[in-house]
Design a protein around this ligand. Sequence first.
Ligand SMILES: Cc1cc2nc3c(=O)[nH]c(=O)nc-3n(C[C@H](O)[C@H](O)[C@H](O)COP(=O)(O)OP(=O)(O)OC[C@H]3O[C@@H](n4cnc5c(N)ncnc54)[C@H](O)[C@@H]3O)c2cc1C
Length: 439
Amino acid sequence: MNTFSQPKTFNLAIVGGGISGLTLAIALQKHDIPITVYESAASFGEIGAGVGFEANFVRTMELISPGIKEGFLRCSNNVETEPPKWFDVRIGDTQKADSEGSVYEKDGRKIRIGEPIFTIPARRGPRGGVHRAHFLDELIKLLPPGIAQFKKKLVDVTETSGGDAVLHFADGTTAQHTAVIGCDGIKSRTRELVLNREEARPVFSGKYAYRGIIPMQKAVEFLGDEEPRTPQMYCGYKGHVLTFPIANGTIFNGMALTVRVVVAFSSRAEWTDPEWVVKTSREDMLADYAGWTDKVKGIMANVKNPDIWALFNHVPARTFHQSKPRICLLGDAAHSTTPHQGSGAGMCIEDCYVLGELLGEISSADELEKAFRAYDAVRRPRALKLVETSRAAGMLWELEGPEGDDLEAFKKNALSRMSWIWDHRIEQDLERARELLRA
Ligand SMILES: Cc1cc2nc3c(=O)[nH]c(=O)nc-3n(C[C@H](O)[C@H](O)[C@H](O)COP(=O)(O)OP(=O)(O)OC[C@H]3O[C@@H](n4cnc5c(N)ncnc54)[C@H](O)[C@@H]3O)c2cc1C
């Protein structure tokens, strides 16, 4: 037991066993807080995708538990450059090219389409991409067996006369806890309970993404030796293409490097399909990039079995918690964002650090609301700012922000917009939250 903490007279239900739910479980274990994780799926990590964490988020993992950082390092696959770089930025769309394949900047300087315009540097420190399922496996290793119950889809939460929360599951069973922490992702049921169905509803961002992996050997054939080995962003009108190398010897039979491709593309005002990941044809996908450079067309032509991922986000929540019954939202359930600044899961980690430490400081059910309030006051502004600026970043990368295709203004914005995310001192947030808790 933590020598400074008192025995807890409350116990918590964590709904959802994604990155948020499992990281929070580790953070709470540290303080000997009794918890049970309820997951609707039959096991953890059923849905896989790549997730990137920048250096500040990896530092926050370590603050929660060195084991999380070590697990991250075991499964992360970043090929670091010196100095560290987030992306080289290029124009990949030939729509406004002159006869020599150039576009003009404001001052008349020519920029060749496809050539690097500038580099967005990253911060120093361990960072990189992980496969979500692999990272979840590492988190699970840090938890005792039997902490989670599967096939428990939460449908409702009611309150007992004593103030406890009763969780009702789709299989007809119930469970009683002092409070519920909703880590149930973008389609969160707990969010609907804290806000209301309309306020909780995710909205389509107007963008969708294709995702795929290309063997490095193949990428070198049409991109040359250098370009595929470091992260690249190809910007265009209503679309952008990201490629970055991942070191992974397992996917392609011992081949040391692969290129992962992510594409976001604005195509429709609304998304009506109830599914957010749908199959599409290669022809339809290639049609989206018909006006782009040969290199970008080459990247897209090598994306096998393309899926479309519709990108949704939440509108700002007016609160992250309620007291009757006690529910507190965390991670995507509280603030789902588009991926255009690559920080959604990082924000989940920050939430876990702050809430975990606050809950570690209290010992009784009566203090829970105060802890939730302090967490809400500190975390909500930052997390909601990410949602808003991420949406704007999607517009910037696709030359439809206020800067349009003024490349000087574009560069200025791109070079400064990540600082507030990456240079943030999360320990200061915690200090502020602690002051609120003790006030
Ligand atoms: C295309 C794309 C790219 C991204 N890239 C990045 C990136 O590079 N970097 C980054 O930081 N972030 C990225 N993100 C965001 C990141 O993936 C999410 O922020 C993060 O995974 C959210 O984790 P979570 O645990 O809060 O939610 P989820 O991962 O959605 O987990 C929720 C869990 O709750 C369970 N659940 C749902 N409903 C119920 C219920 N009613 N009862 C019980 N259990 C339930 C689910 O089965 C699931 O296991 C990206 C997102 C997308 C869509």
